[in-house]
Design a protein around this ligand. Structure first.
Ligand code: NAP
Length: 309
C-alpha cells in the first residue's frame, strides 16, 4: 500500500470510524493533539520528525475536539491502538476526570497535557512545568529559583503547571494573576506551604494572588523579574497584547507561552520597551521532548525536533 503522510485535521466523527477514516494512511496515526483551536499547533511537525528519526513507524496528527466532545474522544482512544495524545487549550483541566490514573506531575498541577494509553487505560501526565523550566533556562540563561515571577493566566491548565513548577523550584517570589480572580486565589492557597520560609529582603510577600487591575499590576511589575503570559491572548492575529505595553520595562524578562511564525504582540511590545522577550517555541520543544520520553521510555531526539520547528 502507498505510504501517505497526513497533515489533515481529524475530528471526533473520524475517531468514531477510525479504521475506515484512516484506511489509506500509512504509517498509522497512533499519536496526536486534541484542542480547540488546534490548527495552529506545531506539535505534529515536531513529533513526526522525532518519530522518523527514531524509525518508529507511526504518525502524530491534529484533532479538532471541542470541549463537549473531549470525554467521548478520550474514551474512543482506549478502544484503538493509540500510544497517547497531547491535550491543549481548553482541555488540560477538564480532562482529569476522564483519566484512569494520574501521575504525580499531573496531580500536582491539577492539569494534564500528556496522556498515555496502556491496557485500555488512560494515564495522565504533565510536561508543561518541566518544559517551562527548561525553556526559561535556555532563553534567558537563568534559573527559575533565582527569579521573582508573575504568571498571567494562572488559573488555566498551563498557568497552573507553570505556577506549580515555580513553587517546586522555590522561586524568590510568585505573583498569580487571572481574569477569574478566585482561581488565582485558590491556587495561591494551595501553593502557600512552598513559600513559608523567608527569602527576599523587603516588604513584598513571597506569594500573592492579585486581581487583574492595571494599578495593581504596575506595582507588582516593579518587584518581579519574569513576566509569563499563560493566557491564549496572542494566538489570533487580531488579539491585543495581554499586558498593556505601558507596563513593560527594560528590567523585565517576558516569556509568552503563545508561539507563532511572527513575534507575538506581547513579545513585540516587550522588545519595544527594551525588555528581553521570548515566545513559547522553546517550551513547546521541551514539553514535547518530555512527552515523547513519557510515551516511548527513550531519549527524545531534541536536535531533530528543534530543527523541525
Ligand atoms: P486554558 O486551560 O483554557 O486556560 C486559559 C487561561 O487564560 C485561563 O487562565 C483564562 O482565564 C485565561 N484567559 C482566556 N481568555 C482570556 C482573555 N480573553 N482575557 C484574559 N484571560 C483569558 O488554556 P491553556 O491550555 O492553559 O493554554 C493557554 C495558552 O498557553 C495557549 O495559548 C497555549 O497555546 C499556551 N501554551 C503553550 C505551550 C507551549 O509549549 N508553548 C504549552 C502550554 C500552553 P479564566 O480562568 O478567567 O478563564
Amino acid at each position: 500500500m502507498k505510504r501517505k503522510r497526513t497533515t489533515e485535521r481529524y475530528t471526533l466523527a473520524d475517531l468514531d470510524s477510525w479504521r475506515e477514516a484512516t484506511r489509506e494512511v500509512k504509517p498509522p496515526i497512533r499519536l496526536g493533539v486534541f484542542g480547540d483551536p488546534v490548527a495552529h499547533s506545531l506539535s505534529p511537525q515536531m513529533q513526526n520528525a522525532a518519530l522518523r528519526a527514531c524509525k518508529i513507524d507511526m504518525q502524530y496528527a491534529r484533532f479538532h475536539v471541542r470541549a463537549n466532545e473531549l470525554r467521548s474522544a478520550l474514551h474512543v482512544l482506549t478502544e484503538l491502538d493509540f500510544i497517547g495524545v497531547n491535550l491543549t487549550v481548553p482541555h488540560k483541566i477538564t480532562a482529569l476526570v476522564s483519566m484512569d490514573e494520574v501521575d504525580e506531575r499531573a496531580a500536582r498541577a491539577g492539569a494534564v497535557n500528556t496522556v498515555r494509553v496502556r491496557d485500555k487505560k488512560l494515564i495522565a501526565s504533565n510536561t508543561d512545568g518541566e518544559g517551562f523550566l527548561r525553556a526559561i533556562r535556555s532563553e534567558f540563561s537563568v534559573d527559575l529559583r533565582d527569579l521573582r515571577v508573575v504568571v498571567i493566566g494562572a488559573g488555566g491548565g498551563s498557568g497552573r503547571a507553570i505556577a506549580m513548577q515555580c513553587a517546586l523550584e522555590n522561586c524568590e517570589r510568585l505573583v498569580l494573576v487571572n481574569r477569574t480572580f478566585e482561581k488565582a486565589k485558590a491556587l495561591a492557597d494551595q501553593l502557600r506551604p512552598f513559600f513559608a520560609g523567608p527569602r527576599v529582603l523587603g516588604p513584598a510577600a513571597r506569594l500573592e494572588a492579585v486581581p487583574w487591575d492595571e494599578p495593581l499590576l504596575r506595582a507588582q511589575f516593579a518587584q518581579v523579574d519574569l513576566v509569563v503570559n499563560a493566557t491564549p491572548l496572542g494566538m489570533n492575529p487580531s488579539d491585543s497584547t495581554p499586558i498593556p505595553a505601558r507596563l513593560l520595562a527594560p528590567h523585565l524578562m517576558v516569556f509568552d507561552t503563545v508561539y507563532g511564525a511572527q513575534p507575538t504582540p506581547l513579545v513585540r511590545a516587550a522588545r519595544e520597551a527594551g525588555a528581553r522577550a521570548a515566545n513559547g517555541l522553546s517550551m513547546l520543544l521541551h514539553q514535547g521532548a518530555l512527552a515523547f520520553e513519557t510515551w516511548f521510555g527513550r531519549e527524545a531526539p531534541l536536535d531533530v525536533m528543534r530543527a523541525a520547528l
